[in-house]
Design a protein around this ligand. Structure first.
Ligand SMILES: [Zn+2]
Length: 79
């Protein structure tokens, strides 16, 4: 009962897949992925990482993004 979303579908730059049971877990996995990529010196992920961090300073935008991810997740077929 898990679903898969890619880094790209979450606003990131690559096709790394996250397979989790809930949208919240997917968001956590993406957060980890962005952090690890940036720590590993991957500059293509720093913009998405900054956007992810900065999101919480913009509650309205954060909620819109969060609802969008939830909606996309709910619309996906289960695997
Ligand atoms: Zn990525």
């Amino acid at each position: 009962m898990t679903k898969t979303m890619t880094c790209r579908s979450l606003g990131g730059p690559c096709d790394q897949q996250h397979t989790e049971a809930t949208a919240d877990e997917i968001i956590k996995a993406q957060d980890r992925h962005l952090r690890d990529a940036v720590k590993g010196g991957d500059v293509t992920h720093s913009e998405a990482r900054d956007a992810m961090k900065g999101r919480w300073r913009h509650p309205k935008r954060a909620m819109d993004w969060y609802s969008g991810v939830k909606r996309d997740f709910a619309a996906l077929p289960e695997r």
